[in-house]
Write a protein that binds this ligand. Structure first.
Ligand SMILES: O=P(O)(O)O[C@H]1O[C@H](CO)[C@@H](O)[C@H]1O
Ligand code: HPA
Length: 294
């Protein structure tokens, strides 16, 4: 059997989508932002925006989750050209893993250098509070343990190498920048850093699963982001990822609490303003990759 990428999109298909978008975009974006559940308001920060519905974009998957609007927004943030996904794709929506991450490759082909991924996550670390923002410093790819990785299939060297390194996945300078900006904005009291673990969803975790994830070293749990990080690093974009702790994972058999998507969206709304301020200030300070003269 010949290995192929039949469940994903080829380089040519991603290029066709990127070219279609660039014909309409005001300029090439340098920063790509992905909005997590209930965090779609981040796109409202963009000025002079151009909004394109996913259903109008060739080859693009469609958002099916409440809190993910399904719109791609181009615009500038403090002068820096950005593109923002109001709505991401999750494994549990039924898409092949390679399809959930296809927009990240389209970002790359449009010229994006830095990707900022946001998500809503359940807090496993008992010191975390609802409303905390966690700078992701590392991840545990639980579906990856069973071979579910977006890079499975034939490797196209035009995107990246067969065996990409992940020990430097989360850009340390960008993490430092977020800490510095959070200090200036007086947000330090709700800033954390930690390890994000991804599960396939859509069912929330059992108590035993939460305890196991905590023992593995995870501080937060969710159903997204990691696959986007892997694809972004494969094609050599810088990555910053932030989790909004929207609920505390249930770790105790005496607890009456039940994880639910409504609480996730409500917490997103409560912290939206600070998340927007944090992300927009960070974006305005991201250094562009120096262009190399030959
Ligand atoms: O990770 P994002 O897209 O923020 O969404 C999170 O919120 C949903 C659960 O409420 C799941 O999809 C989980 O991954
Ligand atoms: O508790 C959670 N578990 C998984 N995904 C989530 N997304 C927000 N909260 C959670």
């Amino acid at each position: 059997m010949t290995p192929d990428s039949a469940t994903g999109y080829s380089y040519e298909e991603c290029t066709a989508t990127a070219d279609w978008l660039l014909k309409r975009a005001p300029e090439r974006p340098l920063v790509g932002i992905v909005c997590g559940s209930g965090l779609g308001g981040l796109a409202k920060m963009l000025k002079d925006e151009l909004v394109i519905n996913y259903c109008d974009i060739p080859n693009f998957p469609q958002s099916t989750v409440h809190g993910h609007a399904g719109k791609l927004v181009f615009g500038t943030l403090k002068g820096k050209p950005c593109v923002c996904m109001q709505g991401r794709f999750h494994l549990y929506e039924g898409y092949a893993i390679q399809k959930t991450t296809m927009p990240i490759r389209v970002f790359k082909l449009m010229g994006v250098e830095t990707v900022i991924l946001t998500n809503a996550a359940g807090g496993l670390n008992q010191d975390f509070k609802v409303g905390d923002i966690m700078i992701i410093k590392d991840h545990i790819n639980i579906p990856g343990f069973a071979g579910h990785n977006p890079l499975v299939g034939a490797n196209d060297d035009r995107f990246g190498v067969r065996f990409p390194c992940m020990s430097d996945a989360y850009d340390r300078d960008l993490q430092q920048l977020v800490r510095a900006v959070a200090d200036e904005l007086d947000f330090s009291v709700f800033m954390r850093d930690g390890v994000y673990s991804v599960l396939g969803g859509p069912s929330f975790e059992t108590i035993a699963e939460c305890r196991a994830l905590r023992q593995l070293g995870a501080d937060a749990v969710g159903m997204s982001t990691v696959h986007e990080v892997i694809v972004a690093r494969h094609c050599d974009m810088r990555v910053l990822a932030l989790s909004l702790i929207t609920n505390k994972a249930v770790m105790d058999y005496q607890s009456e609490k039940k994880a639910n998507h409504e609480e996730v969206l409500e917490t997103g709304a409560l912290r939206a303003k600070q998340m927007e301020k944090l992300v927009s200030t960070v974006v305005s300070r991201i250094p562009n990759t120096p262009t190399h003269c030959s």
